[in-house]
Design a protein around this ligand. Structure first.
Ligand code: HEM
Length: 501
């Protein structure tokens, strides 16, 4: 109802003012006319990265739009990405405040969407120094192996039935456990949890998936502020936040209780997880401290799982749709590890697998998990490539468009891992033609963990099993569902059978 009222008001205003505006507006010859009130919002379709790719192809790699009342720039070439993320990194290191950041991310008290400043700096430092270090990554290796073993055992069980299954559900349990074991030293799946606990975890994950969509969407209230009261998404955000907050509060409460009992018994077990580290920091206000901790855990679980899951799923779907590439990837693994080996391929064995690494790069090129990165925002007036950009302008870097640019890639829409064999292009943020993790100050701090998770899972899935699509399916449909992490619209169903000697 609220939405309908909002929509009706908007329609009336747009129709009346367009008639007037189109007569008096001095149009830019090159860009479509921004309509009154909605500006260029009408140019965005259901998949904004596709709409913005079409705009870039027509109007160039640097385009200034007005979405509602918000100035926006879109960068769609490696040169422009370098200008914004390297040469003017500091100017564009902030994030916009959005309805989602207010209602889902604790008023931007998280890290991923925090504006540039002291809060973001201290959160990022904590993550980089206390959680995502090489040392922590090495010490969490055993947990990843155990989770992988569990994933492979589950697939082996389904494989016995020869029935196709949805890989996504098993990948979700795997990556969720990998991250929660690192962050809060707890596995939520397969560790004797009760039915209620399992239901609460599944609710949390479901809300996380919904949140990923909401965080990516262009909400009318963010661009036409007076309509925010009629934006029907706000109710969804609040409901989602309630469920997530309950789950996260429980994590904090359990850690506080465990700390108290350790203090009472004077037990110093030395260890402690990342949440313990966060709780041990001095804070003048315990409520703010709990809120910040919840926001950060929420970020890590979201950013750390959806991105890896979606990458593994896209890679498997591309391989199943391209049997020649699948065969080559498996041949490389067989050549190195043999057919009969039953032990897991370990992290230190993942080097010297050029085809597997090429498959992963090609997957990132075609399906960057965050196709528009995460929106950046400028903190001062500036000029980029001759274009004046005002303070407060929102920046989207369309890495999806860069990955599909025929001037950069031959047959850009085809899955051809070979293009990366012998190429020096990597994904670490220095080669601006391939930026799945972004680059610069706001670039992904979890890249090493994300990469190792994807490589480990793919290597073992491909080495341990033979794969095929469900009977009667020639190719899995590659339609996307847009969100801050863009996922596969129809989850992949596949059949696995054990690799024979
Ligand atoms: C395949 C795996 C992953 C991919 C493709 C990925 C990609 C990205 C991208 C594109 C950004 C935004 C960069 C920008 O806006 O310029 C980002 C930011 C971020 N990622 Fe990742 N990520 C992955 C895994 C992870 C993991 C495992 C974690 C941590 C557990 C993580 C934590 C974060 C955080 C906290 C940020 C926000 C950084 C900031 O705003 O300062 N990511 N990631």
């Amino acid at each position: 109802m609220e939405f309908l009222v909002g929509f009706a008001i908007l329609l009336i205003l747009v129709v009346f003012s367009s008639v007037f505006y189109l007569r008096v507006a001095s149009q830019s010859p090159s860009l479509p006319t921004p309509l009154p009130i909605i500006g260029h919002l009408y140019l965005l379709g259901k998949l904004p990265h596709h709409s913005l790719l079409a705009i870039a192809r027509k109007y160039g790699p640097l385009v200034k739009l007005r979405l509602g009342s918000v100035p926006v720039v879109i960068a769609s070439s490696p040169e422009m990405a370098r200008e914004f993320l390297r040469n003017q990194d500091l100017t564009f290191a902030s994030r916009p405040t959005l309805l989602t950041t207010k209602y889902i991310l604790y008023d931007s008290k998280d890290m991923v969407f925090a504006p540039y400043g002291e809060h973001w700096r201290s959160m990022r430092k904590l993550c980089v120094v206390e959680l995502l270090t090489d040392r922590r990554l090495a010490s969490s290796h055993q947990a990843r192996l155990e989770e992988l073993q569990r994933l492979l055992a589950k697939i082996a069980k389904v494989a016995e039935t020869s029935k196709p299954f949805v890989l996504l559900d098993l990948l979700t349990e795997f990556t969720f456990n990998v991250i929660t074991r690192m962050v809060m030293n707890k596995a939520y799946f397969g560790s004797g949890e009760t039915t209620e606990e399992l239901a609460a975890t599944r609710d949390f994950i479901h809300m996380q998936e919904q949140g990923t969509i909401l965080l990516g969407e262009f909400h009318i209230g963010d661009y036409i502020p007076f309509l925010k009261w009629f934006d029907s998404s706000v109710a969804k955000m609040k409901a989602l936040h309630k469920i997530q907050d309950e789950f996260l509060q429980k994590v904090v409460d359990q850690h506080v209780l465990a700390r108290q009992s350790r203090e009472q018994t004077q037990a110093h077990d030395g260890g402690g997880d990342f949440v313990d580290t966060l709780l041990s920091l001095d804070s003048p206000d315990p409520n703010n401290q709990a809120r910040n901790i919840k926001a950060l855990i929420q970020n890590l679980l979201g950013a750390g799982t959806d991105t890896s899951i979606t990458t593994i799923q896209w890679a498997m779907a591309e391989l199943l749709n391209n049997p020649r590439a699948l065969e080559k990837a498996q041949e490389e693994l067989r050549a190195k590890f043999g057919n009969a080996r039953q032990e897991i391929i370990q992290e230190h064995e993942l080097k010297d697998l050029p085809y597997l690494h090429a498959v992963i790069k090609e997957t990132f090129r075609l399906h960057p998990p965050a196709p528009l990165l995460i929106p950046h925002q400028s903190t001062q007036d500036t000029t980029v490539a001759g274009l004046a950009i005002a303070k407060g302008t929102r920046l989207f870097v369309n890495v999806y468009a860069i990955g599909r640019d025929p001037a950069l890639w031959k047959s850009p829409d085809d899955f051809l891992p070979e293009r990366f064999l012998g190429s020096s292009i990597d994904v670490h943020g220095k080669n601006f033609e391939l930026l799945p993790f972004g680059s610069g100050r706001r670039g992904c701090p979890g890249m090493a963990l994300g990469l190792i998770t994807v490589q480990l899972a793919l290597a073992n899935l491909l080495h341990r099993f033979q794969w095929s699509l469900a009977p009667g399916v020639d190719a899995h449909p590659m339609a996307e569902c847009f969100g801050v992490v863009t996922t596969m619209e129809i989850p992949l169903r596949a059949r696995a059978s054990p690799n024979k000697d």
